[in-house]
Design a protein around this ligand. Structure first.
Ligand code: PSV
Ligand code: MN
Ligand code: MN
Length: 426
């Protein structure tokens, strides 16, 4: 299944009657705030989010996995699926590989395939949370933190191997997420585990090419339920500082205890120039990995408000690497990813509509009610016509989900690949 220019031209011929009127209204409304509509459209059009190679099949829980049919079974097919999403939305121009789940066999061919879909290789992810077939040492009691020298060394070597693989593809960053922790009090000495982790990360950092970045994820619990070595942004930040300039914290939206003020974490990290990467998803309870924006869209907007502020005011912070880290149990994974991409761009677009000068003045006046009015004026603006305009100007379809359905993409994939579940990953 390939989406052609002709498909897109045909689909975009049928224009929604209210679309132009909506854009006209937005232009007038934004003009009153001194915001240029076309500038916002351009920024939204440029905003690209990486798709993880493990998000293209139907996911599951530890209770079961339900196949969706037509799932990709090879890295080539995964790139083809991202190519489909990118052709429809022009917002998913990168892939983030998980090693060893997706080791390329033929690097040249994989690079050419990615290029044909206009897809770049973003951060590569290592995996020291599962024992791989034939591995000499186990990660049962930890990897980079392990008290067993050989397990620790094996985990460091794996990360160095992942860097080599990423380097051949043109990736420029490594994301490390560790499952390391303990299930019971007393099981692990906290300080020893942290010291081992810091030492191991320093070795990995030293093995990166000079133009690479290291992203360190944190997560409070799961799969360990008493303690996790890198439990929070503070620990990640401390380790990133210990490693060096090109090591950063990565914020995954699902990796916080309920009600954590994530937007404040974002602000703090950007001020310190240490927000390197971002994993989008949504959650009600824990690391639920639900579709972005499906549960707490206002929280996502507030997070984007800080991201936009940081991107405009913190030159010390690099442009963050954006990725969707979600799992799809009951929806078509490609539709789910399209919905996540839409939610991310909606949050970004609405954050761009905050009247920053007026907000600053209201904050200086301590006019609390006006501060809230200004934020919510942006949040309550329907920006979907802006997203549509950004897509049309980039050569994508006006309505991706409608197009995906009218082109019967899933049935075509089932015809090509069959119905059995072949997903790798979590
Ligand atoms: C862990 O929960 C996580 O969110 C990390 O980002 C990993 O990279 C991803 O899942 C899959 O390994
Ligand atoms: Mn993540
Ligand atoms: Mn997670």
């Amino acid at each position: 299944m390939k989406i052609t220019q002709q498909h897109i031209a045909d689909l975009n011929k049928v224009q929604d009657a209210t679309y132009q009127a909506e854009l006209g209204l937005l232009e007038a409304k934004l003009g009153r705030k001194g915001i240029n509509l076309q500038d916002v459209i351009n920024k939204v059009a440029q905003f690209q989010v990486a798709i993880p190679s493990w998000a293209l099949g139907a996911g599951g829980t530890r209770f079961g996995r339900f196949s969706y049919g037509g799932e990709p079974s090879t890295l080539e097919q995964k790139l083809d699926d991202i190519g489909l999403i990118h052709a429809l939305t022009k917002s998913a121009g990168a892939v983030s590989l998980h090693i060893p789940w997706d080791i390329p066999q033929d690097y040249k061919a994989i690079k050419e395939l990615a290029q044909s879909h206009d897809i770049l290789f973003d951060a590569v992810n290592s995996n020291t949370f599962q024992d791989q077939a034939g591995a000499k040492n186990s990660y049962k009691f930890g990897s980079l933190c392990s008290s067993v020298d050989a397990s620790r060394e094996q985990a460091v070597q794996h990360n160095l191997e992942v860097i080599k693989i990423g380097d051949q593809l043109g990736s420029k960053s490594l994301t490390v997420w560790l499952a390391d922790g303990s299930n019971f009090p007393g099981q692990r000495n906290f300080q020893t585990g942290l010291i081992h982790t810091e030492d191991s990360l320093k070795k990995i950092y030293a093995g990166m090419p000079d133009d690479w970045k290291l992203f360190i994820e944190y997560k409070p619990y799961e799969p360990n339920f008493y303690s996790t070595v890198i439990q929070d942004w503070g620990t990640s930040f401390m380790l990133a500082n210990a490693c060096g300039e090109r090591a950063y914290t990565l914020v995954d939206l699902g990796h916080h205890l309920p009600n954590t003020n994530i937007e404040q974490i974002v602000a703090t990290l950007m001020y310190k120039g240490k927000l390197g990467g971002f994993h989008f998803n949504d959650s009600k309870y824990g690391d639920d990995d639900l579709t972005v924006g499906s549960i707490k869209p206002y929280a996502l907007f507030l997070i984007f408000n800080e991201l936009v502020y940081g991107m405009q005011n913190n030159p010390q912070n690099p442009y963050p690497a954006w990725m969707i880290d979600a799992s799809h149990n009951i929806k078509d994974p490609l539709e789910d990813l399209i919905q996540s991409l839409e939610a991310i761009r909606i949050a970004y677009a609405t954050a761009l509509l905050v009247d920053q000068d007026a907000l600053k003045a209201a904050q200086l006046d301590n006019d609390v009610a006006l501060c809230q009015e200004l934020l919510q004026d942006a949040y309550r603006t329907d920006v979907r016509a802006i997203l549509k305009a950004a897509r049309i100007q980039s050569g994508a379809v006006a309505d991706p989900i409608a197009a995906y359905r009218s082109l019967a993409v899933r049935s075509a994939l089932i015809n090509e690949r069959g119905t059995a579940s072949k997903a790798t990953g979590l």
